[in-house]
Structure formats: structure tokens, C-alpha cells
Design a protein around this ligand. Structure first.
Ligand SMILES: O=P(O)(O)OC[C@H]1O[C@@H](O)[C@H](O)[C@@H](O)[C@@H]1O
Length: 301
């Protein structure tokens, strides 16, 4: 199953494709700068740890059970072509279908600094066409090194414009949700999804002592997760993304979800998602492309 993939796209000493216990294909990247794994289903980055860090930067739930057609809990789910609930079709999956369908490898290579590059393309099927009629290519390039860079491009190959919502819904590994703070969104507006949907303004850094589920709008600048207990800061830089979602389920919701890692895995993660949603959805005109880029960097302090 992986022989052809490995001979065409494998890179000796850097990139190998394996089949996991659930039958899904996972790209394992390990180079002089960092380590990562990426499931071909959903183009789902599952882990990333730069060699300079003793603790992973991307969080993966210890209770997630990868399965065909099911989203993985943790890592960096790709939400596309809508974010959250579909605007009109209640039966369509939350956060779109991209994270649960097959993607195929179209390119791999080494960067001059020793980082490893891998590009996947979403595979259209009857299932995707039933939810999305537009002709397009959706590509995700992941560059794994001392930093992690992800580039998601939507190319409209059809004759009519379309509108997308999207996210790189990354879960970051932290010491404890009660001990961190997130900066970079001070003074911006957000739709607060907890207790109704209200527009509020962020006052100072974000700290956490209950469920937080917010869509910060018109926010393109860098965010930083300050984690004094792990003595590190995680920098989240981006382009082509105008919304930022900050999410922690907190105890009650985490227990209901059932896949957050018992007993308290939810305390060791926070999502700072690079998004285009609500008023920041993107029109991709016929014959054009739109790219969202994120770059993560861990700084020891
Ligand atoms: O359980 P899912 O579909 O992966 O979503 C997880 C969370 O994703 C966040 O982006 C949403 O803002 C939350 O409302 C949601 O609960």
C-alpha cells in the first residue's frame, strides 16, 4: 500500500509513509530539525516537535482513535470549505468535510536548511461533490523543521466565484490551561460563542478559568502563547487569515466530548486557530487562488 508512495515521495532519512493500526496512511517526518506526523486522511498534521524542545508543541489527545471517515482529536484539523456549522444545511458536518476525506500526496522535497516539505491535495469524490459543487484544487503544504509552516491554497478552477470559510484548527501543547496566557488580540473584537453569540472587545491578554470559544475578527497579527511553567512561548504568525479562534472546552464540555484524554487531557491543550470565518469568509474568484499561511515557532525563555 505504501510501497509506491515511499518510492515516489519518500526521502531517505527524512520522510517515510506507514500504515497505522486503523489502516490509515501516516507520513512520518524526522530530520535534523524536527519531527512530525501527518495522516493522509484529512491532511491532518498529528504531531510536531522541534529538536530544540523537550515537549511537543502540537498536542494530540491520548484518547483519539484514528478511524476511516472520522476526525482525529488534536493536531491540526483542516476545516474547509466552511468553519463551524454549515450556513443552511444542518446535516452537513461541522467545520466542513476536508478533515475526514482522503487527500493524496502530490509533492515532497527538502528545503535548503534541512526542513522537509510535503504537499497533499484533497481528493474529490461523490461525498465531497454532494456538499460542494464548485471545481477547485485544495492543497496543503507542510514544512517541518525548527519551525512548522503550513500553507493551504484554494484554487478556483471553475467558471464562477465561490465563498469559503476555513481554518487550521491547531491544538497546542501547554503545561496547564490555568497557567498560560495568550497575547496578540488585545483591543480586537470577537464573537463570543459561550452563552449565546455576542460581539465583545478583548481587554488585555487572554487568560482561562472557564470555557472559552471565541472568533476574533479582523485579526491578522501574530499571537503568542506564554507558558511560564514550560518556560516557553509559542509564536503563531500567519497571512491570508483574518480571523483567530481561541478555544478551550473546559471540564464539562471535555467530559461530554469523551476523546480529550482522561482524566484531564483538556487542561494540557489550547487551540489558537488561524481562520477565515463569519465576516472574514473569502471569495475566491473564478480562475484565482487564495492562500492561508501559518508559521509556528517555539521559543525557550
Ligand atoms: O469537536 P469539533 O467539531 O472538532 O470542534 C471543536 C471546537 O472547534 C472550535 O473551533 C469551535 O469554535 C468550537 O465551538 C468547537 O467545539
Amino acid at each position: 500500500m505504501t510501497t509506491a508512495l515511499n518510492s515516489q515521495f519518500g526521502i531517505k532519512g527524512q520522510l517515510v509513509f506507514n500504515v497505522d493500526a486503523s489502516g490509515l496512511i501516516v507520513a512520518e517526518i524526522d530530520n535534523a530539525l524536527g519531527r512530525a506526523s501527518l495522516c493522509l486522511q484529512g491532511a491532518h498534521l498529528m504531531s510536531w516537535q522541534p529538536k530544540s524542545q523537550a515537549v511537543p508543541v502540537v498536542w494530540l489527545s491520548r484518547d483519539t482513535k484514528p478511524a476511516v471517515g472520522k476526525s482525529i482529536r488534536g493536531g491540526a484539523p483542516v476545516c474547509w470549505p466552511w468553519f463551524g456549522a454549515h450556513a443552511s444545511e444542518a446535516g452537513f458536518p461541522g467545520h466542513g468535510f476536508a478533515r475526514t476525506v482522503p487527500w493524496r500526496v502530490i509533492e515532497s522535497g527538502s528545503e535548503p536548511d534541512g526542513a522537509t516539505r510535503l504537499t497533499l491535495r484533497l481528493v474529490p469524490s461523490d461525498k465531497t461533490r454532494a456538499q460542494w459543487l464548485h471545481e477547485c484544487n485544495v492543497d496543503l503544504t507542510v514544512i517541518v523543521g525548527e519551525t512548522l509552516r503550513m500553507e493551504m491554497t484554494t484554487e478556483n478552477t471553475g467558471a464562477t466565484n465561490f465563498v469559503i470559510g476555513e481554518a487550521l484548527h491547531t491544538y497546542f501543547q501547554i503545561s496547564d490551561i490555568g497557567a498560560i496566557r495568550v497575547t496578540g488580540l488585545e483591543g480586537t473584537e470577537y464573537w463570543d460563542k459561550v452563552g449565546g453569540s455576542n460581539l465583545r472587545r478583548q481587554d488585555g491578554a487572554i487568560t482561562f478559568n472557564s470555557e472559552v470559544d471565541r472568533v476574533y475578527i479582523n485579526t491578522g497579527s501574530e499571537c503568542v502563547i506564554h507558558d511560564d511553567k514550560l518556560a516557553r512561548r509559542i509564536h503563531i504568525a500567519k497571512s491570508g487569515s483574518q480571523s483567530t479562534v481561541v478555544w478551550t472546552p473546559w471540564v464539562e464540555k471535555a467530559n461530554k466530548m469523551g476523546d480529550m484524554g482522561q482524566p484531564d487531557g483538556w487542561r494540557e491543550m489550547v487551540c489558537v486557530e488561524s481562520v477565515n470565518a463569519i465576516e472574514n469568509v473569502v471569495t475566491v474568484a473564478a480562475g484565482t487562488r487564495h492562500t492561508m499561511i501559518v508559521e509556528y515557532r517555539a521559543e525557550s525563555v
